[in-house]
Design a protein around this ligand. Structure first.
Ligand code: TRP
Length: 380
Protein backbone atom coordinates (compact mmCIF):
# COMPACT_ATOMS: atom_id res chain seq x y z
CA UNK A 1 0.00 0.00 0.00
CA UNK A 2 1.17 3.51 -0.77
CA UNK A 3 2.26 5.69 2.14
CA UNK A 4 0.29 8.90 1.95
CA UNK A 5 0.24 11.91 4.27
CA UNK A 6 -2.55 14.43 4.58
CA UNK A 7 -2.65 17.24 7.07
CA UNK A 8 -3.46 20.92 7.21
CA UNK A 9 -4.37 24.06 9.09
CA UNK A 10 -7.20 26.52 9.24
CA UNK A 11 -6.21 29.85 7.74
CA UNK A 12 -7.31 32.05 10.62
CA UNK A 13 -3.96 33.70 11.27
CA UNK A 14 -0.25 33.54 10.62
CA UNK A 15 1.42 30.39 11.93
CA UNK A 16 3.31 30.61 15.22
CA UNK A 17 6.09 28.59 16.79
CA UNK A 18 3.48 26.37 18.48
CA UNK A 19 2.40 25.26 15.00
CA UNK A 20 6.04 24.85 14.09
CA UNK A 21 7.05 22.47 16.88
CA UNK A 22 3.60 20.87 17.03
CA UNK A 23 3.47 19.85 13.40
CA UNK A 24 5.24 21.94 10.79
CA UNK A 25 8.78 20.87 11.70
CA UNK A 26 7.74 17.23 11.60
CA UNK A 27 6.04 17.62 8.24
CA UNK A 28 9.20 19.02 6.73
CA UNK A 29 11.22 16.09 8.13
CA UNK A 30 8.70 13.59 6.79
CA UNK A 31 8.73 15.31 3.42
CA UNK A 32 12.51 15.19 3.24
CA UNK A 33 12.75 11.60 4.50
CA UNK A 34 11.64 10.40 1.07
CA UNK A 35 9.62 7.65 2.78
CA UNK A 36 6.24 8.83 1.57
CA UNK A 37 4.72 8.31 -1.85
CA UNK A 38 2.50 11.38 -1.65
CA UNK A 39 2.16 14.32 0.73
CA UNK A 40 -0.87 16.59 0.74
CA UNK A 41 -0.88 19.77 2.83
CA UNK A 42 -4.23 21.50 2.96
CA UNK A 43 -5.21 25.03 3.82
CA UNK A 44 -8.58 24.35 5.42
CA UNK A 45 -10.47 27.49 4.43
CA UNK A 46 -13.86 25.75 4.29
CA UNK A 47 -13.34 24.46 7.82
CA UNK A 48 -12.25 27.92 8.96
CA UNK A 49 -15.54 29.27 7.61
CA UNK A 50 -17.56 26.90 9.82
CA UNK A 51 -17.05 29.33 12.68
CA UNK A 52 -16.11 32.44 10.67
CA UNK A 53 -19.04 32.54 8.29
CA UNK A 54 -19.37 36.28 8.79
CA UNK A 55 -15.70 36.94 8.21
CA UNK A 56 -14.68 35.48 4.85
CA UNK A 57 -12.18 38.30 4.36
CA UNK A 58 -10.12 37.12 7.32
CA UNK A 59 -9.98 33.62 5.88
CA UNK A 60 -9.14 34.91 2.41
CA UNK A 61 -6.26 37.05 3.69
CA UNK A 62 -4.78 34.26 5.75
CA UNK A 63 -4.62 31.73 2.94
CA UNK A 64 -1.59 33.55 1.57
CA UNK A 65 -0.07 34.02 5.05
CA UNK A 66 -0.29 30.32 5.81
CA UNK A 67 1.01 29.35 2.37
CA UNK A 68 4.04 31.62 2.83
CA UNK A 69 4.62 30.23 6.34
CA UNK A 70 4.49 26.69 4.93
CA UNK A 71 6.96 27.26 2.15
CA UNK A 72 9.34 29.34 4.25
CA UNK A 73 9.32 26.68 6.99
CA UNK A 74 10.58 24.18 4.42
CA UNK A 75 7.56 22.61 2.74
CA UNK A 76 8.65 22.23 -0.86
CA UNK A 77 5.97 22.48 -3.55
CA UNK A 78 8.04 20.12 -5.67
CA UNK A 79 7.69 17.42 -3.03
CA UNK A 80 4.40 18.21 -1.29
CA UNK A 81 1.04 19.17 -2.77
CA UNK A 82 -0.06 22.43 -1.16
CA UNK A 83 -3.72 23.13 -1.83
CA UNK A 84 -6.85 25.00 -0.76
CA UNK A 85 -9.69 22.91 0.69
CA UNK A 86 -12.59 24.86 -0.86
CA UNK A 87 -11.20 24.32 -4.35
CA UNK A 88 -11.72 20.57 -4.06
CA UNK A 89 -15.50 20.35 -4.23
CA UNK A 90 -15.35 16.53 -4.10
CA UNK A 91 -14.70 16.93 -0.38
CA UNK A 92 -18.14 18.38 0.28
CA UNK A 93 -19.75 15.58 -1.69
CA UNK A 94 -18.00 12.96 0.42
CA UNK A 95 -19.09 14.82 3.55
CA UNK A 96 -22.71 14.64 2.47
CA UNK A 97 -22.55 10.85 2.16
CA UNK A 98 -20.56 10.34 5.36
CA UNK A 99 -23.14 12.35 7.30
CA UNK A 100 -25.45 9.36 7.03
CA UNK A 101 -22.96 7.24 8.97
CA UNK A 102 -22.61 9.46 12.04
CA UNK A 103 -25.13 10.21 14.77
CA UNK A 104 -25.80 13.59 16.36
CA UNK A 105 -25.06 11.98 19.71
CA UNK A 106 -21.64 10.84 18.53
CA UNK A 107 -20.74 14.34 17.36
CA UNK A 108 -21.89 15.79 20.67
CA UNK A 109 -19.46 13.49 22.47
CA UNK A 110 -16.47 14.63 20.39
CA UNK A 111 -14.18 16.24 23.00
CA UNK A 112 -12.63 18.70 20.55
CA UNK A 113 -16.04 19.91 19.39
CA UNK A 114 -17.18 20.24 23.03
CA UNK A 115 -14.11 22.26 23.93
CA UNK A 116 -14.36 24.50 20.88
CA UNK A 117 -18.06 25.09 21.54
CA UNK A 118 -17.15 26.40 24.97
CA UNK A 119 -14.34 28.51 23.59
CA UNK A 120 -16.64 30.14 21.03
CA UNK A 121 -19.55 30.54 23.40
CA UNK A 122 -21.81 28.23 21.39
CA UNK A 123 -24.52 26.73 23.50
CA UNK A 124 -26.43 23.49 23.04
CA UNK A 125 -29.28 24.38 25.39
CA UNK A 126 -30.95 27.21 23.46
CA UNK A 127 -30.05 29.75 26.14
CA UNK A 128 -30.93 33.06 24.55
CA UNK A 129 -27.86 34.87 25.80
CA UNK A 130 -25.62 32.56 23.82
CA UNK A 131 -25.06 31.85 20.16
CA UNK A 132 -26.43 28.58 18.85
CA UNK A 133 -24.20 26.00 17.19
CA UNK A 134 -23.85 26.41 13.42
CA UNK A 135 -24.69 23.07 11.78
CA UNK A 136 -21.60 23.32 9.60
CA UNK A 137 -19.40 23.77 12.63
CA UNK A 138 -21.06 20.89 14.45
CA UNK A 139 -20.41 18.61 11.47
CA UNK A 140 -16.84 19.63 10.77
CA UNK A 141 -15.40 16.38 12.17
CA UNK A 142 -17.25 14.63 9.32
CA UNK A 143 -15.81 17.06 6.81
CA UNK A 144 -12.39 16.38 8.28
CA UNK A 145 -12.94 12.66 7.70
CA UNK A 146 -13.57 13.54 4.05
CA UNK A 147 -10.33 15.52 3.88
CA UNK A 148 -8.38 12.56 5.18
CA UNK A 149 -10.07 9.74 3.29
CA UNK A 150 -10.31 11.60 -0.03
CA UNK A 151 -6.55 11.33 -0.35
CA UNK A 152 -6.39 7.76 0.99
CA UNK A 153 -4.11 9.09 3.69
CA UNK A 154 -2.39 6.44 5.76
CA UNK A 155 -0.71 8.89 8.14
CA UNK A 156 -2.04 12.17 9.56
CA UNK A 157 0.61 14.17 11.46
CA UNK A 158 -1.24 16.52 13.83
CA UNK A 159 -1.24 17.79 17.40
CA UNK A 160 -2.90 15.83 20.19
CA UNK A 161 -5.97 18.09 20.07
CA UNK A 162 -6.83 16.43 16.76
CA UNK A 163 -6.94 12.92 18.20
CA UNK A 164 -10.77 12.87 18.49
CA UNK A 165 -10.98 13.87 14.81
CA UNK A 166 -8.86 10.91 13.81
CA UNK A 167 -10.93 8.58 15.97
CA UNK A 168 -14.07 9.89 14.31
CA UNK A 169 -12.49 9.38 10.90
CA UNK A 170 -11.54 5.81 11.65
CA UNK A 171 -15.09 5.09 12.80
CA UNK A 172 -16.50 6.51 9.58
CA UNK A 173 -14.08 4.42 7.52
CA UNK A 174 -15.03 1.23 9.36
CA UNK A 175 -18.72 1.99 9.09
CA UNK A 176 -18.44 2.82 5.39
CA UNK A 177 -16.41 -0.27 4.59
CA UNK A 178 -18.68 -2.61 6.53
CA UNK A 179 -21.81 -1.10 4.98
CA UNK A 180 -20.70 -0.68 1.36
CA UNK A 181 -17.63 -2.90 1.04
CA UNK A 182 -13.87 -2.26 1.45
CA UNK A 183 -13.31 1.15 -0.10
CA UNK A 184 -11.71 3.62 2.30
CA UNK A 185 -8.32 3.54 4.00
CA UNK A 186 -8.11 3.76 7.80
CA UNK A 187 -5.56 6.42 8.74
CA UNK A 188 -3.11 6.50 11.64
CA UNK A 189 -2.43 9.62 13.67
CA UNK A 190 1.19 10.70 14.07
CA UNK A 191 1.75 12.79 17.20
CA UNK A 192 4.76 15.04 17.90
CA UNK A 193 7.58 13.02 19.45
CA UNK A 194 8.89 15.48 22.03
CA UNK A 195 6.71 16.03 25.11
CA UNK A 196 7.37 19.78 25.15
CA UNK A 197 6.06 19.95 21.60
CA UNK A 198 2.75 18.30 22.28
CA UNK A 199 1.43 21.69 23.21
CA UNK A 200 3.72 24.66 23.44
CA UNK A 201 2.39 27.12 26.05
CA UNK A 202 1.96 30.82 25.30
CA UNK A 203 4.68 33.30 26.24
CA UNK A 204 2.52 34.18 29.27
CA UNK A 205 2.65 30.58 30.52
CA UNK A 206 -1.01 29.91 29.62
CA UNK A 207 -1.70 26.42 28.34
CA UNK A 208 -2.03 27.30 24.67
CA UNK A 209 -0.60 29.78 22.22
CA UNK A 210 -3.48 31.62 20.70
CA UNK A 211 -3.87 34.74 18.69
CA UNK A 212 -6.77 35.96 20.83
CA UNK A 213 -4.65 35.72 23.99
CA UNK A 214 -1.82 37.68 22.34
CA UNK A 215 0.77 35.23 23.64
CA UNK A 216 2.22 33.95 20.36
CA UNK A 217 5.60 34.19 18.72
CA UNK A 218 4.93 34.11 14.98
CA UNK A 219 7.20 32.49 12.42
CA UNK A 220 7.18 35.81 10.58
CA UNK A 221 8.01 37.99 13.62
CA UNK A 222 11.15 40.11 13.06
CA UNK A 223 14.09 39.45 15.39
CA UNK A 224 13.46 42.55 17.53
CA UNK A 225 9.83 41.55 18.09
CA UNK A 226 10.91 38.05 19.13
CA UNK A 227 13.37 39.53 21.63
CA UNK A 228 10.66 41.78 23.14
CA UNK A 229 8.37 38.78 23.52
CA UNK A 230 11.12 36.61 25.02
CA UNK A 231 12.06 39.35 27.50
CA UNK A 232 8.45 39.49 28.66
CA UNK A 233 8.08 35.75 29.01
CA UNK A 234 6.62 34.03 32.03
CA UNK A 235 9.24 32.14 34.06
CA UNK A 236 9.13 31.11 37.70
CA UNK A 237 7.21 33.67 39.81
CA UNK A 238 9.08 32.51 42.93
CA UNK A 239 12.48 33.14 41.39
CA UNK A 240 12.75 36.74 42.62
CA UNK A 241 16.48 37.03 43.33
CA UNK A 242 19.05 35.61 40.98
CA UNK A 243 20.44 33.65 43.91
CA UNK A 244 17.06 32.03 44.68
CA UNK A 245 16.55 28.44 43.61
CA UNK A 246 14.37 28.31 40.49
CA UNK A 247 11.75 25.92 39.18
CA UNK A 248 11.86 24.30 35.77
CA UNK A 249 8.37 22.80 35.74
CA UNK A 250 5.83 25.21 34.30
CA UNK A 251 8.65 27.62 33.43
CA UNK A 252 7.90 28.64 29.88
CA UNK A 253 11.47 29.56 28.99
CA UNK A 254 12.59 26.02 29.75
CA UNK A 255 9.63 24.51 27.93
CA UNK A 256 10.66 26.45 24.83
CA UNK A 257 14.27 25.39 25.30
CA UNK A 258 13.14 21.75 25.51
CA UNK A 259 11.40 22.26 22.19
CA UNK A 260 14.08 24.23 20.31
CA UNK A 261 17.50 23.70 21.87
CA UNK A 262 20.07 21.61 19.98
CA UNK A 263 23.42 20.33 21.30
CA UNK A 264 25.43 22.70 19.05
CA UNK A 265 23.72 25.74 20.59
CA UNK A 266 25.88 25.56 23.72
CA UNK A 267 29.00 26.14 21.69
CA UNK A 268 27.36 28.67 19.34
CA UNK A 269 25.74 30.82 22.01
CA UNK A 270 28.24 30.61 24.85
CA UNK A 271 28.12 34.42 25.15
CA UNK A 272 24.60 34.36 26.55
CA UNK A 273 25.98 33.02 29.82
CA UNK A 274 28.83 35.50 30.16
CA UNK A 275 27.72 38.21 32.56
CA UNK A 276 29.27 41.19 34.30
CA UNK A 277 29.22 39.54 37.71
CA UNK A 278 29.00 35.81 37.00
CA UNK A 279 29.65 33.60 34.01
CA UNK A 280 28.79 30.00 33.29
CA UNK A 281 29.86 27.39 30.81
CA UNK A 282 27.19 24.87 29.95
CA UNK A 283 27.40 21.89 27.65
CA UNK A 284 23.85 20.65 27.85
CA UNK A 285 20.37 21.78 28.74
CA UNK A 286 20.48 19.54 31.81
CA UNK A 287 23.44 21.52 33.12
CA UNK A 288 21.55 24.78 32.62
CA UNK A 289 18.54 23.35 34.44
CA UNK A 290 20.67 22.10 37.35
CA UNK A 291 22.20 25.53 37.79
CA UNK A 292 18.81 27.23 37.61
CA UNK A 293 17.44 24.90 40.27
CA UNK A 294 20.47 25.50 42.47
CA UNK A 295 20.17 29.28 42.14
CA UNK A 296 22.56 31.92 40.82
CA UNK A 297 21.40 31.76 37.21
CA UNK A 298 19.27 34.77 36.33
CA UNK A 299 16.23 34.80 34.07
CA UNK A 300 17.85 37.36 31.78
CA UNK A 301 20.68 34.99 30.92
CA UNK A 302 18.44 32.11 30.01
CA UNK A 303 16.20 34.47 28.05
CA UNK A 304 19.18 35.71 26.06
CA UNK A 305 20.13 32.13 25.37
CA UNK A 306 16.57 31.23 24.38
CA UNK A 307 16.40 34.23 22.07
CA UNK A 308 19.52 33.06 20.23
CA UNK A 309 18.21 29.49 20.10
CA UNK A 310 14.88 30.63 18.67
CA UNK A 311 16.45 32.89 16.10
CA UNK A 312 18.72 30.10 14.95
CA UNK A 313 15.56 28.36 13.71
CA UNK A 314 13.57 31.46 12.79
CA UNK A 315 16.15 33.45 10.81
CA UNK A 316 16.30 31.12 7.76
CA UNK A 317 12.48 30.93 7.79
CA UNK A 318 12.27 34.73 7.93
CA UNK A 319 14.64 35.11 5.00
CA UNK A 320 12.76 32.67 2.81
CA UNK A 321 9.55 34.48 3.73
CA UNK A 322 10.95 37.86 2.69
CA UNK A 323 11.79 36.39 -0.70
CA UNK A 324 8.27 34.95 -1.08
CA UNK A 325 6.71 38.28 -0.12
CA UNK A 326 8.41 39.67 -3.21
CA UNK A 327 6.98 36.87 -5.33
CA UNK A 328 3.26 36.61 -4.53
CA UNK A 329 2.31 35.30 -8.03
CA UNK A 330 4.53 32.28 -7.41
CA UNK A 331 2.77 31.49 -4.13
CA UNK A 332 -0.68 31.61 -5.73
CA UNK A 333 0.53 29.51 -8.64
CA UNK A 334 1.74 26.85 -6.19
CA UNK A 335 -1.73 26.79 -4.60
CA UNK A 336 -3.56 26.76 -7.92
CA UNK A 337 -1.53 23.88 -9.31
CA UNK A 338 -1.66 22.02 -5.99
CA UNK A 339 -5.44 22.36 -5.85
CA UNK A 340 -5.70 20.85 -9.34
CA UNK A 341 -3.58 17.86 -8.35
CA UNK A 342 -5.54 17.43 -5.12
CA UNK A 343 -8.80 17.60 -6.99
CA UNK A 344 -7.80 14.79 -9.34
CA UNK A 345 -6.85 12.60 -6.38
CA UNK A 346 -10.11 13.30 -4.51
CA UNK A 347 -12.15 12.65 -7.65
CA UNK A 348 -10.77 9.10 -7.80
CA UNK A 349 -11.88 8.40 -4.25
CA UNK A 350 -15.27 9.97 -4.84
CA UNK A 351 -15.73 7.69 -7.84
CA UNK A 352 -14.84 4.66 -5.66
CA UNK A 353 -17.30 5.83 -3.01
CA UNK A 354 -20.13 6.32 -5.48
CA UNK A 355 -19.44 2.94 -6.97
CA UNK A 356 -19.50 1.27 -3.56
CA UNK A 357 -22.78 3.04 -2.73
CA UNK A 358 -24.16 2.07 -6.14
CA UNK A 359 -24.90 5.66 -7.06
CA UNK A 360 -22.66 5.66 -10.13
CA UNK A 361 -25.61 5.18 -12.49
CA UNK A 362 -23.98 6.66 -15.56
CA UNK A 363 -20.51 5.17 -15.29
CA UNK A 364 -19.43 3.18 -18.37
CA UNK A 365 -21.16 -0.20 -18.36
CA UNK A 366 -23.28 0.57 -15.34
CA UNK A 367 -26.12 2.16 -17.27
CA UNK A 368 -26.38 -0.88 -19.57
CA UNK A 369 -26.66 -3.17 -16.53
CA UNK A 370 -29.24 -0.89 -14.96
CA UNK A 371 -31.37 -0.81 -18.10
CA UNK A 372 -31.16 -4.58 -18.39
CA UNK A 373 -32.12 -5.10 -14.76
CA UNK A 374 -35.05 -2.71 -14.83
CA UNK A 375 -36.28 -3.87 -18.23
CA UNK A 376 -36.35 -7.46 -17.03
CA UNK A 377 -38.35 -6.38 -14.00
CA UNK A 378 -40.99 -4.79 -16.20
CA UNK A 379 -41.10 -7.48 -18.87
CA UNK A 380 -42.20 -10.16 -16.41
N1 TRP B 1 -8.70 20.76 12.17
C1 TRP B 1 -7.41 21.16 11.73
C2 TRP B 1 -7.02 22.43 12.53
O1 TRP B 1 -7.75 22.85 13.37
C3 TRP B 1 -7.32 21.49 10.27
C4 TRP B 1 -7.71 20.34 9.39
C5 TRP B 1 -8.80 20.28 8.56
C6 TRP B 1 -7.05 19.10 9.27
N2 TRP B 1 -8.84 19.09 7.93
C7 TRP B 1 -7.80 18.34 8.34
C8 TRP B 1 -5.91 18.54 9.86
C9 TRP B 1 -7.44 17.05 8.01
C10 TRP B 1 -5.55 17.23 9.52
C11 TRP B 1 -6.32 16.50 8.61
O2 TRP B 1 -6.00 23.01 12.29
Amino acid sequence: MEKIILTGDRPTGRLHIGHYVGSLRRRVELQNSGEYDKIFIMIADAQALTDNADNPEKVRQNILEVAMDYISAGLDPEKSVLFIQSQVSELTELTFFYQNLVTVQRLQRNPTVKQEMQLRGYSDDNADNKAGIPVGFFCYPISQASDITAFKATVVPVGEDQEPMLEQTREIVRKFNSTYGETLVEPDIMLPDNAACMRLPGTDGKAKMSKSLGNCIYLSDPADVVWEKVKGMYTDPQHLQVSDPGHIEGNTVFTYLDAFCKPEHFELFRDAFIGKKVSFTFNSLDEVKDQYRAGGLGDMMIKKFLNSVLNDTLEPIRQRRHALEQNIPYVYEVLRKGSEVARAAAAETLADVKKAMKINYFDPGVLDELIKEQSEKYSK
